[in-house]
Ligand binder design. Sequence first.
Ligand code: GLY
Length: 422
Amino acid sequence: MSSPPLGKVSGVRVLVIGTGGREHALIEALSRDPRVTELHAAPGNPGTAASATNHEVDASSGESVAALAAELGADLVVIGPEVPLVLGVADAVRARGIAVFGPSAEAAKIEGSKAFAKDVMEAAGVRTARSEIVDSPAIIDAALDRFGPTWVIKDDGLAAGKGVVVTADRAAARAHAADLIESGRPALFESFLDGPEVSLFCLVDGETVVPLLPAQDHKRVGDGDTGPNTGGMGAYSPLPWLAEGVVDEIVDTVVRPVAREMVRRGVPFSGLLYAGLAIGAEGPAVVEFNCRFGDPETQAVLGLLESPLAEALHATATGTLADLPPLQWRDGAAITVVLAAENYPATPRKGDVITGADGPGIYHAGTALDGEGRLVSAGGRVLNVVGVGDDLAAARADAYAKLERIKLPGSHFRKDIGHQAL
Ligand code: GLY
Protein backbone atom coordinates (compact mmCIF):
# COMPACT_ATOMS: atom_id res chain seq x y z
CA MET A 1 0.00 0.00 0.00
CA SER A 2 1.58 3.27 -1.09
CA SER A 3 -0.54 5.80 0.84
CA PRO A 4 1.35 8.04 3.31
CA PRO A 5 1.14 7.49 7.08
CA LEU A 6 -2.10 9.05 8.25
CA GLY A 7 -0.34 10.83 11.10
CA LYS A 8 1.15 13.18 8.48
CA VAL A 9 -1.99 14.01 6.53
CA SER A 10 -5.23 15.84 7.10
CA GLY A 11 -8.53 15.97 5.30
CA VAL A 12 -9.13 12.25 5.60
CA ARG A 13 -12.32 10.70 4.25
CA VAL A 14 -13.48 7.56 6.01
CA LEU A 15 -16.25 5.19 4.96
CA VAL A 16 -17.63 2.80 7.60
CA ILE A 17 -19.56 -0.26 6.43
CA GLY A 18 -22.35 -1.61 8.64
CA THR A 19 -25.57 -0.61 10.34
CA GLY A 20 -25.25 -1.34 14.03
CA GLY A 21 -24.28 0.14 17.38
CA ARG A 22 -20.70 -0.95 16.84
CA GLU A 23 -20.52 1.05 13.62
CA HIS A 24 -22.21 4.05 15.23
CA ALA A 25 -19.62 3.96 18.05
CA LEU A 26 -16.78 3.61 15.52
CA ILE A 27 -18.09 6.66 13.65
CA GLU A 28 -18.36 8.66 16.84
CA ALA A 29 -14.78 7.74 17.82
CA LEU A 30 -13.50 8.50 14.29
CA SER A 31 -15.21 11.90 14.42
CA ARG A 32 -12.99 12.74 17.44
CA ASP A 33 -9.85 12.27 15.30
CA PRO A 34 -8.95 15.75 13.98
CA ARG A 35 -7.55 14.24 10.76
CA VAL A 36 -11.01 13.07 9.75
CA THR A 37 -12.86 15.71 7.80
CA GLU A 38 -15.43 13.54 6.04
CA LEU A 39 -17.30 10.57 7.47
CA HIS A 40 -19.56 8.29 5.48
CA ALA A 41 -21.60 5.30 6.61
CA ALA A 42 -23.08 2.61 4.41
CA PRO A 43 -25.80 1.67 4.99
CA GLY A 44 -25.57 3.38 8.41
CA ASN A 45 -28.61 4.12 10.56
CA PRO A 46 -30.49 7.17 11.89
CA GLY A 47 -27.82 7.52 14.60
CA THR A 48 -24.85 7.54 12.24
CA ALA A 49 -26.60 10.21 10.17
CA ALA A 50 -25.84 12.72 12.94
CA SER A 51 -22.09 12.69 12.24
CA ALA A 52 -21.76 10.87 8.91
CA THR A 53 -23.45 10.87 5.52
CA ASN A 54 -25.39 7.65 5.06
CA HIS A 55 -25.36 5.86 1.72
CA GLU A 56 -27.45 2.98 0.47
CA VAL A 57 -25.25 0.03 -0.39
CA ASP A 58 -25.41 -3.74 -0.48
CA ALA A 59 -22.76 -4.24 2.21
CA SER A 60 -22.19 -7.84 1.17
CA SER A 61 -21.26 -6.87 -2.40
CA GLY A 62 -17.56 -6.16 -2.79
CA GLU A 63 -18.13 -4.45 -6.13
CA SER A 64 -20.78 -2.11 -4.70
CA VAL A 65 -18.74 -1.19 -1.63
CA ALA A 66 -15.57 -0.67 -3.67
CA ALA A 67 -17.44 1.49 -6.20
CA LEU A 68 -18.90 3.63 -3.42
CA ALA A 69 -15.49 4.01 -1.76
CA ALA A 70 -13.96 5.11 -5.06
CA GLU A 71 -16.81 7.52 -5.80
CA LEU A 72 -16.40 9.13 -2.37
CA GLY A 73 -12.63 9.30 -2.70
CA ALA A 74 -12.35 7.43 0.60
CA ASP A 75 -8.87 7.29 2.13
CA LEU A 76 -9.90 4.52 4.52
CA VAL A 77 -12.74 2.00 4.52
CA VAL A 78 -13.61 0.36 7.84
CA ILE A 79 -15.69 -2.81 7.59
CA GLY A 80 -17.65 -3.50 10.77
CA PRO A 81 -19.52 -6.82 10.45
CA GLU A 82 -18.20 -10.29 9.73
CA VAL A 83 -20.46 -11.20 6.80
CA PRO A 84 -18.95 -8.75 4.27
CA LEU A 85 -15.47 -9.71 5.45
CA VAL A 86 -16.11 -13.41 4.98
CA LEU A 87 -17.54 -12.61 1.53
CA GLY A 88 -14.39 -10.79 0.46
CA VAL A 89 -15.56 -7.17 0.52
CA ALA A 90 -12.19 -6.03 1.93
CA ASP A 91 -10.42 -7.73 -1.00
CA ALA A 92 -12.57 -5.86 -3.52
CA VAL A 93 -11.82 -2.51 -1.86
CA ARG A 94 -8.10 -3.27 -1.62
CA ALA A 95 -8.07 -4.22 -5.29
CA ARG A 96 -8.95 -0.58 -6.05
CA GLY A 97 -5.89 0.60 -4.10
CA ILE A 98 -7.96 1.97 -1.20
CA ALA A 99 -6.79 1.34 2.37
CA VAL A 100 -9.25 -0.94 4.16
CA PHE A 101 -9.48 -1.95 7.79
CA GLY A 102 -10.60 -5.56 7.72
CA PRO A 103 -9.12 -8.90 6.72
CA SER A 104 -9.22 -10.67 3.37
CA ALA A 105 -11.84 -13.38 2.86
CA GLU A 106 -9.12 -16.00 3.33
CA ALA A 107 -8.05 -14.52 6.68
CA ALA A 108 -11.67 -13.92 7.79
CA LYS A 109 -12.04 -17.72 7.83
CA ILE A 110 -10.66 -17.48 11.36
CA GLU A 111 -14.31 -16.58 12.16
CA GLY A 112 -16.15 -17.95 9.14
CA SER A 113 -14.81 -21.49 9.30
CA LYS A 114 -14.60 -23.27 12.62
CA ALA A 115 -12.47 -25.98 11.01
CA PHE A 116 -9.93 -23.40 9.75
CA ALA A 117 -9.79 -21.70 13.17
CA LYS A 118 -9.23 -25.01 14.96
CA ASP A 119 -6.54 -25.99 12.50
CA VAL A 120 -4.69 -22.69 12.91
CA MET A 121 -4.94 -22.90 16.70
CA GLU A 122 -3.66 -26.45 16.76
CA ALA A 123 -0.70 -25.54 14.55
CA ALA A 124 -0.02 -22.48 16.73
CA GLY A 125 -0.18 -24.51 19.96
CA VAL A 126 -3.08 -22.46 21.36
CA ARG A 127 -5.40 -23.90 24.01
CA THR A 128 -9.00 -24.18 22.89
CA ALA A 129 -12.13 -26.30 23.34
CA ARG A 130 -12.38 -29.80 21.85
CA SER A 131 -15.05 -29.85 19.16
CA GLU A 132 -16.96 -32.09 16.77
CA ILE A 133 -19.33 -31.42 13.90
CA VAL A 134 -22.58 -33.35 14.21
CA ASP A 135 -24.57 -33.38 10.96
CA SER A 136 -26.98 -36.29 11.36
CA PRO A 137 -29.73 -36.90 13.95
CA ALA A 138 -28.51 -40.49 14.23
CA ILE A 139 -25.25 -39.45 15.91
CA ILE A 140 -26.56 -36.80 18.33
CA ASP A 141 -26.89 -39.13 21.32
CA ALA A 142 -23.39 -40.54 20.99
CA ALA A 143 -22.03 -36.99 20.73
CA LEU A 144 -24.00 -35.95 23.84
CA ASP A 145 -22.29 -38.84 25.68
CA ARG A 146 -18.84 -37.62 24.64
CA PHE A 147 -19.51 -34.03 25.78
CA GLY A 148 -21.30 -32.58 28.83
CA PRO A 149 -22.45 -32.49 31.57
CA THR A 150 -22.51 -28.87 30.41
CA TRP A 151 -23.16 -28.94 26.69
CA VAL A 152 -22.07 -26.18 24.32
CA ILE A 153 -23.85 -26.48 20.99
CA LYS A 154 -23.34 -23.94 18.25
CA ASP A 155 -24.55 -23.26 14.78
CA ASP A 156 -21.49 -24.09 12.66
CA GLY A 157 -22.12 -21.06 10.44
CA LEU A 158 -22.08 -17.34 11.18
CA ALA A 159 -24.87 -16.91 13.71
CA ALA A 160 -23.64 -13.88 15.69
CA GLY A 161 -23.98 -15.65 19.03
CA LYS A 162 -27.65 -16.40 18.54
CA GLY A 163 -27.11 -20.02 17.49
CA VAL A 164 -25.34 -20.92 20.72
CA VAL A 165 -26.89 -22.98 23.51
CA VAL A 166 -24.96 -23.62 26.71
CA THR A 167 -26.95 -25.89 29.00
CA ALA A 168 -26.76 -28.57 31.65
CA ASP A 169 -30.09 -29.93 30.40
CA ARG A 170 -29.41 -32.87 28.08
CA ALA A 171 -32.87 -32.74 26.51
CA ALA A 172 -32.46 -29.04 25.67
CA ALA A 173 -29.03 -29.72 24.19
CA ARG A 174 -30.45 -32.56 22.14
CA ALA A 175 -33.36 -30.45 20.90
CA HIS A 176 -31.07 -27.60 19.79
CA ALA A 177 -28.75 -29.94 17.90
CA ALA A 178 -31.74 -31.62 16.25
CA ASP A 179 -33.25 -28.23 15.26
CA LEU A 180 -30.01 -27.09 13.67
CA ILE A 181 -29.51 -30.31 11.74
CA GLU A 182 -33.15 -30.35 10.63
CA SER A 183 -32.73 -26.85 9.17
CA GLY A 184 -29.71 -28.06 7.21
CA ARG A 185 -27.06 -26.51 9.50
CA PRO A 186 -24.50 -28.82 11.12
CA ALA A 187 -24.29 -28.56 14.92
CA LEU A 188 -20.90 -27.88 16.44
CA PHE A 189 -20.42 -29.60 19.80
CA GLU A 190 -17.72 -28.07 21.99
CA SER A 191 -16.29 -29.01 25.36
CA PHE A 192 -17.29 -26.49 28.02
CA LEU A 193 -14.47 -24.16 29.04
CA ASP A 194 -14.76 -23.14 32.65
CA GLY A 195 -13.86 -19.70 33.96
CA PRO A 196 -14.88 -16.10 33.33
CA GLU A 197 -14.89 -14.93 29.75
CA VAL A 198 -12.74 -12.17 28.32
CA SER A 199 -12.99 -10.45 24.97
CA LEU A 200 -9.61 -9.17 23.86
CA PHE A 201 -9.58 -7.11 20.69
CA CYS A 202 -6.24 -6.71 18.96
CA LEU A 203 -5.19 -4.60 16.02
CA VAL A 204 -3.24 -7.06 13.91
CA ASP A 205 -1.10 -6.34 10.89
CA GLY A 206 0.75 -9.52 9.93
CA GLU A 207 2.80 -10.40 13.00
CA THR A 208 2.32 -7.03 14.74
CA VAL A 209 -0.27 -7.19 17.52
CA VAL A 210 -1.58 -4.22 19.53
CA PRO A 211 -4.17 -5.16 22.16
CA LEU A 212 -7.00 -2.84 23.14
CA LEU A 213 -8.41 -2.85 26.67
CA PRO A 214 -9.97 -6.18 27.71
CA ALA A 215 -13.75 -6.36 28.00
CA GLN A 216 -16.45 -8.80 28.99
CA ASP A 217 -19.86 -9.13 27.45
CA HIS A 218 -23.10 -10.48 28.90
CA LYS A 219 -24.66 -12.86 26.43
CA ARG A 220 -27.74 -14.10 28.29
CA VAL A 221 -30.90 -12.06 28.03
CA GLY A 222 -31.72 -11.90 31.75
CA ASP A 223 -30.16 -10.57 34.94
CA GLY A 224 -27.92 -13.05 36.70
CA ASP A 225 -27.02 -14.65 33.36
CA THR A 226 -30.41 -16.29 32.94
CA GLY A 227 -32.49 -17.03 29.85
CA PRO A 228 -31.43 -17.64 26.27
CA ASN A 229 -28.26 -16.43 24.59
CA THR A 230 -28.44 -13.22 22.60
CA GLY A 231 -26.14 -11.21 20.37
CA GLY A 232 -25.00 -9.50 23.61
CA MET A 233 -26.93 -7.51 26.23
CA GLY A 234 -24.10 -5.40 27.58
CA ALA A 235 -20.40 -5.17 28.27
CA TYR A 236 -17.84 -3.42 30.40
CA SER A 237 -14.18 -2.53 30.19
CA PRO A 238 -11.56 -2.84 31.59
CA LEU A 239 -11.83 -5.90 33.85
CA PRO A 240 -10.84 -5.11 37.44
CA TRP A 241 -10.70 -8.81 38.34
CA LEU A 242 -8.27 -9.74 35.56
CA ALA A 243 -4.82 -10.20 37.05
CA GLU A 244 -2.09 -7.91 35.84
CA GLY A 245 -0.14 -9.52 33.05
CA VAL A 246 -2.98 -11.64 31.69
CA VAL A 247 -3.48 -9.40 28.65
CA ASP A 248 0.22 -9.76 27.84
CA GLU A 249 -0.08 -13.51 28.41
CA ILE A 250 -3.00 -13.69 25.98
CA VAL A 251 -1.08 -11.71 23.37
CA ASP A 252 2.05 -13.84 23.82
CA THR A 253 0.42 -17.26 24.03
CA VAL A 254 -2.69 -16.86 21.89
CA VAL A 255 -2.95 -13.89 19.54
CA ARG A 256 0.65 -13.54 18.34
CA PRO A 257 1.10 -17.28 17.72
CA VAL A 258 -2.13 -17.29 15.69
CA ALA A 259 -1.09 -14.16 13.75
CA ARG A 260 2.31 -15.78 13.02
CA GLU A 261 0.70 -19.02 11.92
CA MET A 262 -1.56 -17.10 9.53
CA VAL A 263 1.45 -15.32 8.05
CA ARG A 264 3.21 -18.68 7.73
CA ARG A 265 0.22 -20.05 5.78
CA GLY A 266 0.24 -17.10 3.41
CA VAL A 267 -3.01 -15.66 4.80
CA PRO A 268 -1.78 -12.77 6.96
CA PHE A 269 -4.45 -11.13 9.08
CA SER A 270 -4.98 -7.39 8.75
CA GLY A 271 -7.66 -5.77 10.89
CA LEU A 272 -9.20 -6.56 14.22
CA LEU A 273 -8.62 -10.02 15.62
CA TYR A 274 -11.02 -10.68 18.48
CA ALA A 275 -10.06 -13.44 20.86
CA GLY A 276 -12.94 -14.71 23.00
CA LEU A 277 -11.37 -16.57 25.91
CA ALA A 278 -12.23 -18.38 29.10
CA ILE A 279 -9.77 -17.73 31.91
CA GLY A 280 -9.58 -21.10 33.64
CA ALA A 281 -7.34 -22.47 36.38
CA GLU A 282 -4.79 -23.49 33.74
CA GLY A 283 -4.79 -20.07 32.08
CA PRO A 284 -6.56 -18.58 29.06
CA ALA A 285 -8.21 -20.88 26.52
CA VAL A 286 -9.86 -19.75 23.30
CA VAL A 287 -13.64 -20.03 23.01
CA GLU A 288 -13.67 -18.47 19.54
CA PHE A 289 -11.94 -16.02 17.25
CA ASN A 290 -13.76 -13.30 15.38
CA CYS A 291 -12.44 -11.27 12.49
CA ARG A 292 -13.93 -7.91 13.51
CA PHE A 293 -14.75 -5.65 16.45
CA GLY A 294 -17.10 -7.28 18.98
CA ASP A 295 -20.52 -5.94 19.67
CA PRO A 296 -21.40 -4.55 22.27
CA GLU A 297 -17.89 -4.54 23.84
CA THR A 298 -16.50 -2.13 21.23
CA GLN A 299 -18.91 0.59 22.29
CA ALA A 300 -17.47 0.45 25.85
CA VAL A 301 -13.82 0.02 24.83
CA LEU A 302 -13.92 2.98 22.43
CA GLY A 303 -15.46 5.08 25.20
CA LEU A 304 -12.06 4.97 26.91
CA LEU A 305 -9.81 5.47 23.87
CA GLU A 306 -7.96 8.77 23.80
CA SER A 307 -5.68 8.08 20.83
CA PRO A 308 -6.89 9.08 17.37
CA LEU A 309 -8.80 6.10 16.00
CA ALA A 310 -8.42 6.84 12.27
CA GLU A 311 -4.64 6.87 12.65
CA ALA A 312 -4.67 3.47 14.40
CA LEU A 313 -7.01 1.85 11.87
CA HIS A 314 -5.15 3.34 8.92
CA ALA A 315 -1.79 2.15 10.28
CA THR A 316 -3.24 -1.36 10.56
CA ALA A 317 -4.72 -1.17 7.08
CA THR A 318 -1.47 -0.02 5.48
CA GLY A 319 0.98 -2.36 7.19
CA THR A 320 2.53 0.30 9.45
CA LEU A 321 1.04 -0.74 12.78
CA ALA A 322 4.51 -1.33 14.22
CA ASP A 323 5.17 2.43 13.88
CA LEU A 324 1.97 3.49 15.68
CA PRO A 325 2.63 5.30 18.98
CA PRO A 326 1.31 3.35 22.01
CA LEU A 327 -2.45 3.69 22.40
CA GLN A 328 -3.58 6.07 25.15
CA TRP A 329 -6.59 5.29 27.33
CA ARG A 330 -8.42 7.41 29.83
CA ASP A 331 -8.40 6.11 33.41
CA GLY A 332 -11.68 4.71 34.63
CA ALA A 333 -14.26 2.37 33.19
CA ALA A 334 -16.99 2.18 30.58
CA ILE A 335 -20.06 0.01 30.19
CA THR A 336 -22.53 -0.64 27.41
CA VAL A 337 -26.11 -1.53 28.24
CA VAL A 338 -28.27 -2.80 25.38
CA LEU A 339 -31.87 -1.64 25.23
CA ALA A 340 -33.79 -4.49 23.56
CA ALA A 341 -37.21 -4.58 21.98
CA GLU A 342 -40.14 -6.41 23.52
CA ASN A 343 -39.83 -10.16 22.99
CA TYR A 344 -36.13 -10.07 22.06
CA PRO A 345 -34.41 -12.49 21.42
CA ALA A 346 -37.40 -14.56 20.20
CA THR A 347 -39.45 -12.40 17.81
CA PRO A 348 -38.74 -8.77 18.65
CA ARG A 349 -41.57 -6.30 18.17
CA LYS A 350 -40.67 -3.52 15.76
CA GLY A 351 -42.11 -0.13 14.88
CA ASP A 352 -42.43 1.33 18.40
CA VAL A 353 -41.63 5.02 18.79
CA ILE A 354 -38.43 5.81 20.72
CA THR A 355 -37.94 9.07 22.61
CA GLY A 356 -35.04 10.45 24.64
CA ALA A 357 -32.40 8.68 22.55
CA ASP A 358 -30.27 11.79 21.95
CA GLY A 359 -26.98 12.74 23.50
CA PRO A 360 -23.47 11.38 23.81
CA GLY A 361 -22.96 7.69 24.42
CA ILE A 362 -26.27 6.59 22.88
CA TYR A 363 -25.66 4.44 19.83
CA HIS A 364 -28.28 3.21 17.43
CA ALA A 365 -28.36 -0.51 16.66
CA GLY A 366 -31.88 -1.39 15.48
CA THR A 367 -33.62 1.88 14.69
CA ALA A 368 -35.30 3.46 11.68
CA LEU A 369 -37.29 6.55 10.78
CA ASP A 370 -40.95 5.92 10.05
CA GLY A 371 -43.01 7.66 7.35
CA GLU A 372 -43.55 10.62 9.68
CA GLY A 373 -39.86 10.98 10.47
CA ARG A 374 -40.20 9.51 13.96
CA LEU A 375 -37.47 7.32 15.39
CA VAL A 376 -38.81 3.77 15.77
CA SER A 377 -37.46 0.37 16.75
CA ALA A 378 -36.39 -1.77 13.79
CA GLY A 379 -34.50 -4.68 15.33
CA GLY A 380 -34.06 -6.76 18.46
CA ARG A 381 -31.24 -4.79 20.00
CA VAL A 382 -32.41 -1.23 19.53
CA LEU A 383 -29.96 1.07 21.31
CA ASN A 384 -26.59 0.75 23.04
CA VAL A 385 -26.17 3.10 25.95
CA VAL A 386 -22.59 3.72 27.06
CA GLY A 387 -21.65 5.10 30.44
CA VAL A 388 -18.13 6.27 31.30
CA GLY A 389 -16.80 7.13 34.74
CA ASP A 390 -13.80 7.16 37.04
CA ASP A 391 -14.61 3.60 38.07
CA LEU A 392 -17.08 0.88 37.17
CA ALA A 393 -19.68 2.08 39.69
CA ALA A 394 -19.59 5.59 38.19
CA ALA A 395 -19.77 4.19 34.64
CA ARG A 396 -22.79 2.07 35.61
CA ALA A 397 -24.50 5.07 37.20
CA ASP A 398 -23.89 7.12 34.04
CA ALA A 399 -25.31 4.46 31.69
CA TYR A 400 -28.37 3.67 33.79
CA ALA A 401 -29.15 7.38 34.25
CA LYS A 402 -29.12 7.79 30.46
CA LEU A 403 -31.38 4.75 30.08
CA GLU A 404 -33.95 6.25 32.42
CA ARG A 405 -34.46 9.10 29.97
CA ILE A 406 -35.14 6.78 27.01
CA LYS A 407 -38.67 5.57 26.38
CA LEU A 408 -39.49 2.58 24.19
CA PRO A 409 -42.71 0.68 24.92
CA GLY A 410 -42.17 -2.94 25.95
CA SER A 411 -38.38 -2.63 25.94
CA HIS A 412 -36.08 -4.33 28.41
CA PHE A 413 -32.45 -4.20 29.47
CA ARG A 414 -30.24 -5.94 31.97
CA LYS A 415 -29.80 -4.14 35.27
CA ASP A 416 -26.64 -5.99 36.24
CA ILE A 417 -24.10 -5.18 33.54
CA GLY A 418 -20.69 -5.10 35.21
CA HIS A 419 -22.30 -5.65 38.58
CA GLN A 420 -20.47 -8.87 39.45
CA ALA A 421 -17.14 -7.17 38.79
CA LEU A 422 -17.92 -4.72 41.59
N1 GLY B 1 -19.68 -9.86 21.66
C1 GLY B 1 -19.96 -10.94 20.84
C2 GLY B 1 -19.69 -10.74 19.42
O1 GLY B 1 -19.43 -9.65 18.98
O2 GLY B 1 -19.75 -11.70 18.68
